[in-house]
Design a protein around this ligand. Structure first.
Ligand SMILES: Nc1nc2c(ncn2[C@@H]2O[C@H](COP(=O)(O)OP(=O)(O)OP(=O)(O)O)[C@@H](O)[C@H]2O)c(=O)[nH]1
Ligand SMILES: O=P(O)(O)OC[C@H]1O[C@H](OP(=O)(O)OP(=O)(O)O)[C@H](O)[C@@H]1O
Ligand SMILES: O=c1cc[nH]c(=O)[nH]1
Length: 466
C-alpha cells in the first residue's frame, strides 16, 4: 500500500526573463496576494468508507481500488487499528470479550484521525496486535494527508459522526458461509487461533454483532458490492466515479463555468514536457501546439449547436448537429497568437481579431491596441491566451469585448494553464463567461508568475528567452 507516494512532483521552476508586460496594477496585485491563502489551501481529500461483515473481502476491495487509483495518493486507515486494547483483567477472560461490539473501538480517536487527515494534517495511527490483543505502546504508523482516504472496517458506518466524513460509502457483501470459511482459515493461519475457539467466538459474538450492528448499517451504503473482490465490474465503476470526483478541481466546483479538459497521462505527459525548463525550443513549440489544439477543440464544444440531419451513402438518415456559424477568435498579443493556428485548423476561414495589452514601465499606464471584426457583437468569441496569471490581461480584454457589445455569455476564454488567482479574478467579475483550460496550477509567486507554471510562455514560444 503506497503510504506516502507522491503523484505529481512538480519542479518549482523560476521562470527566466523579466515579466515586462501585462497590466499588473497595485489593486490587482493585492487581489492576487489575498487569493494566496485560497490557492494554497489543501484540497479536501475524498474519503471512502468500506464496510461489510467479517472476512467479506473488504481488504481485497480496498487493495483493488488503491491499485486502480495508481495516479493518485491514497492512504488506507483500518478501523482495527483503533481497537482499544484489552486491560489485564479483560485479558484474563479474553474469550468473554466482544471484539465485534462498537464499544471495542476508540471511535473518538478514529474520528479525530480522519478529521485531521481530511483537513490535510498528518496523523499517528496506533498499531494493534491481534495476537496479544494490545496496542503497541511505543510505535505508531505515520499517515500523511492524501487525495483519497479509505477507511475500512466492520463498523465504520455505525457512528453517524464517522459516516458524515465520508464522500462515498461502500458495503462489501458476501454470503455468511463464505465469510465463515474465510474467517476460520485466516484466524487459524494468521492469528494463531484454533478452529474451536474461532467457531465459539463466531457464534457467541461475531454473528450476533453482525446482525445487530453491521447489517443495519448497510442501509447507509451508497454502493453494495456483491461477491466482494471478485466483482471487477463494480470496482471499475467505483474507481471511475472516484476519478471523476478527483478530476474536478475545487475551483470547478466553486465556478461552474470553469472547465478543465479531462486529464489523461497523454495530457500530463505533454505538460511534463512543456513545463520542463530544459526542453528544446522546437519541442516546446511542438507540444504546446498539440495541447493548444486539444484546448481549442474542447472550447469549440461549448458553442451552441443546432440539430441537423444528413443522408448517408447508405441512404439512411443520420441525425447529428450543425456547428455554430457566428464565431470569431480574439488573441491577446503576443502569446495568444500562438493559439491562432490551432483555431484556424479547426475552423476554416475564421476571423481572428487582436488585442494588445501592455504595461508601459511601472506607472501602470495602459497602451491598448485592438482590431476586431466589425460585427463582433453578433459573434461568439473564443478569447485566446495560453496563460491566465493574475487575470489582469484577460479582464482588460474581456472589458473591451463587452464594450463592443459582445454578451458576456458569448465569450469562451481558452488557455493552457490557469492560476487560481486569475480564475477568482475573472470568474468573480464575469460569472457568465466560460474558461476552458488544460490545467489549473497551484498559485502565483511574488512576481506574479504561475507556479509551477511554465515560465514566460511568449518568450519560450517565440524564442526571445535567450
Ligand atoms: N479473538 C480476537 N478477535 C479479534 C481481535 N481483534 C479483532 N478481532 C476480530 O476481527 C474482526 C474484524 O476484522 P475483519 O473485518 O474480519 O477483518 P478484515 O481482514 O478486514 O476482513 P476482510 O478484509 O473483509 O476479509 C472482528 O470480527 C473481530 O471479531 C482480537 O484481539 N481477538
Ligand atoms: O493574467 P496576467 O497576470 O495578466 O498574465 C497573463 C499574461 O501574461 C502573459 O503575457 P506577457 O505579459 O508575458 O506578454 P507576452 O504574451 O508578450 O509574452 C500571458 O500571455 C498573458 O497575456
Ligand atoms: O507565469 C506566467 C505568468 C504570466 N505569463 C506567463 O507567460 N507566465
Amino acid at each position: 500500500m503506497p503510504e506516502e507516494t507522491t503523484s505529481i512532483d512538480y519542479v518549482m521552476e523560476k521562470a527566466s526573463g523579466p515579466h515586462f508586460s501585462g497590466l499588473r496594477s497595485p489593486i490587482a496585485a493585492a487581489a492576487a496576494s489575498s487569493a494566496f491563502t485560497d490557492a494554497n489551501a489543501p484540497h479536501q481529500p475524498f474519503v471512502i468508507g468500506v464496510s461489510g461483515g467479517t472476512a467479506s473481502g473488504k481488504t481485497t476491495v480496498c487493495d483493488m481500488i488503491i491499485q486502480q487509483l495508481h495516479d493518485h495518493r491514497v492512504v488506507l486507515v483500518n478501523q482495527d487499528s483503533f481497537y482499544r486494547g484489552l486491560t489485564t483483567e479483560e485479558l484474563k477472560h479474553v474469550h468473554e470479550y466482544n471484539f465485534d461490539h462498537p464499544d471495542a473501538f476508540d471511535t473518538d480517536q478514529l474520528l479525530d484521525c480522519v478529521e485531521k487527515l481530511k483537513s490535510g494534517q498528518p496523523v499517528q495511527v496506533p498499531i494493534y496486535d491481534f495476537k496479544l490483543h494490545r496496542r503497541s505502546s511505543d510505535s505508531f504508523r505515520q499517515v500523511n494527508a492524501s487525495d483519497v482516504i479509505i477507511l475500512e472496517g466492520i463498523l465504520v458506518f455505525h457512528d453517524q459522526r464517522v459516516r458524515n466524513l465520508m464522500n462515498m460509502k461502500i458495503f462489501v457483501d458476501a454470503d455468511a458461509d463464505v465469510r465463515l470459511a474465510r474467517r476460520i482459515r485466516r484466524d487459524t493461519v494468521e492469528r494463531g487461533r484454533d478452529v474451536n475457539s474461532v467457531l465459539e467466538q463466531y457464534a457467541k459474538f461475531v454473528k450476533p454483532a453482525f446482525d445487530d450492528f453491521v447489517l443495519p448499517s448497510k442501509k447507509y451504503a451508497d454502493v453494495i458490492i456483491p461477491r466482494g473482490g471478485d466483482n471487477h465490474v463494480a470496482i471499475d465503476l467505483i474507481v471511475q466515479h472516484i476519478h471523476t470526483k478527483l478530476g474536478e478541481h475545487d475551483l470547478c466546483k466553486i465556478y461552474p463555468n470553469v472547465y478543465v479538459i479531462q486529464s489523461t497521462f497523454q495530457i500530463r505527459g505533454m505538460h511534463t514536457l512543456i513545463r520542463d525548463r530544459d526542453i528544446s525550443k522546437h519541442d516546446f513549440v511542438f507540444y504546446s501546439d498539440r495541447l493548444i489544439r486539444l484546448v481549442v477543440e474542447h472550447g469549440l464544444g461549448h458553442l451552441p449547436f443546432t440539430e441537423k440531419q444528413v443522408i448517408t451513402p447508405t441512404a439512411s438518415v443520420y441525425t447529428g448537429v450543425d456547428f455554430c456559424k457566428k464565431l470569431c477568435g480574439v488573441s491577446i498579443i503576443r502569446s495568444g497568437e500562438s493559439m491562432e493556428n490551432a483555431l484556424r485548423a479547426c475552423c476554416k476561414g475564421i476571423k481572428i481579431g487582436k488585442i494588445l495589452i501592455h504595461r508601459d514601465g511601472d506607472d501602470g499606464k495602459q497602451l491598448i491596441y485592438e482590431k476586431l471584426p466589425k460585427d463582433i457583437s453578433e459573434r461568439h468569441v473564443l478569447l485566446l491566451d495560453p496563460v491566465l496569471g493574475t487575470g489582469n490581461s484577460a479582464s482588460h480584454a474581456i472589458e473591451l469585448l463587452l464594450g463592443k457589445g459582445v454578451p458576456e455569455s458569448h465569450i469562451i476564454f481558452l488557455n493552457l494553464i490557469s492560476a487560481p488567482e486569475g480564475i477568482h479574478c475573472v470568474c468573480k467579475r464575469f460569472p457568465s463567461l466560460k474558461i476552458v483550460t488544460s490545467e489549473i496550477d497551484v498559485a502565483l509567486n511574488e512576481e506574479f508568475r504561475v507556479i509551477p507554471g511554465m515560465g514566460e510562455f511568449g518568450d519560450r514560444y517565440f524564442g526571445t528567452d535567450d
